[in-house]
Design a protein around this ligand. Structure first.
Ligand SMILES: CC(C)(COP(=O)(O)OP(=O)(O)OC[C@H]1O[C@@H](n2cnc3c(N)ncnc32)[C@H](O)[C@@H]1OP(=O)(O)O)[C@@H](O)C(=O)NCCC(=O)NCCS
Length: 186
C-alpha cells in the first residue's frame, strides 16, 4: 500500500469484477442480520456461487435504469452494497425501488449505509424525479432505525395475512434528491 492509498472505506459504483465480493457480503450479511428474523434453514441455504452467478449477470448488463454502489475497505474489499432500480412504469407503485442494502457487521455504524444511499439517491435524482420506496422485514429494527435516520417515512406495514410471508414495513422518500439530501454525510 503506498502513501496515497486511502485507508478509510469509500463508496463507488460497482463494476463487473465486484460480483464475487458482493455475493460474499450478500450471503454473510443475511446470515448475520437475519438470525431469529427468518427461518434458519433459509439462512443456511444461502449460497455464494448462486448469488455470484446472479450478480455477474446483473453487473455485466449495461442499463441506465439500475444502479449498484459498493462500499470498499481498502484492506478487505467489498464490505457493503446497495442496489436501486427504476421499475417499468406501473399504474401504482414507486418510481424507484431499493431492493438490497447490506453492510457487514464488522463495518456497521461507520457511516457506510449513509454513504451508499446518498450515492444512490443522487444517481436516481439525475435519472428522473419521482418517489423512492423499499420494504424491510418489519422485525428488522436496526434497519428501520437507519431508514428513519435518513428521512424515510413509514407508509405501510404488510402483515403475514396480507401477503403470506414475514411482515414487512415500507419506507418512502419523495425523490432521489430527498434521499440524497437526508443521507448526506454529517
Ligand atoms: C441498515 C444498514 C445498511 C445501516 O448501515 P450502517 O453503515 O450501519 O449505517 P450508518 O452508519 O450510515 O448509520 C446512519 C444512522 O442510522 C441510524 N442507525 C444505523 N444503525 C442503527 C441501529 N442499529 N440502531 C439505531 N440506529 C441506527 C443512526 O442514526 C446512524 O447514525 P449514527 O451512527 O451517527 O448514530 C446496516 O445496519 C445493515 O446492513 N444491516 C444488516 C442488513 C440489513 O438489515 N439490511 C437492510 C435490509 S432491508
Amino acid at each position: 500500500m503506498n502513501a496515497q492509498t486511502p485507508i478509510e472505506p469509500f463508496v463507488r459504483p460497482a463494476i463487473a469484477d465486484d460480483a464475487e465480493g458482493i455475493a460474499k457480503v450478500h450471503v454473510k450479511s443475511w446470515q448475520e442480520a437475519y438470525v431469529g428474523l427468518l427461518p434458519q434453514a433459509t439462512l443456511d441455504r444461502q449460497s455464494v456461487p448462486n448469488r455470484m452467478r446472479w450478480w455477474s449477470g446483473q453487473l455485466q448488463e449495461t442499463r441506465n435504469d439500475r444502479w449498484t454502489f459498493v462500499a470498499i475497505d481498502p484492506v478487505s474489499g467489498v464490505v457493503g452494497f446497495v442496489g436501486g432500480t427504476h421499475p417499468p412504469r406501473a399504474m401504482f407503485g414507486p418510481t424507484f425501488k431499493i431492493p438490497v442494502l447490506y453492510v457487514l457487521q464488522s463495518h456497521l455504524r461507520q457511516g457506510l449505509g449513509r454513504k451508499l444511499v446518498h450515492a444512490l439517491g443522487n444517481a436516481m435524482a439525475q435519472f428522473s424525479p419521482g418517489d423512492v420506496a423499499l420494504w424491510s422485514l418489519a422485525s428488522n429494527m436496526p434497519a428501520r432505525a437507519f431508514y428513519e435516520a435518513v428521512g424515510g417515512r413509514l407508509f405501510a406495514v404488510l402483515t403475514e395475512r396480507d401477503h403470506g410471508r414475514a411482515p414487512l414495513a415500507g419506507y418512502r422518500w419523495r425523490s432521489g434528491a430527498e434521499l440524497a439530501e437526508k443521507s448526506a454525510p454529517t
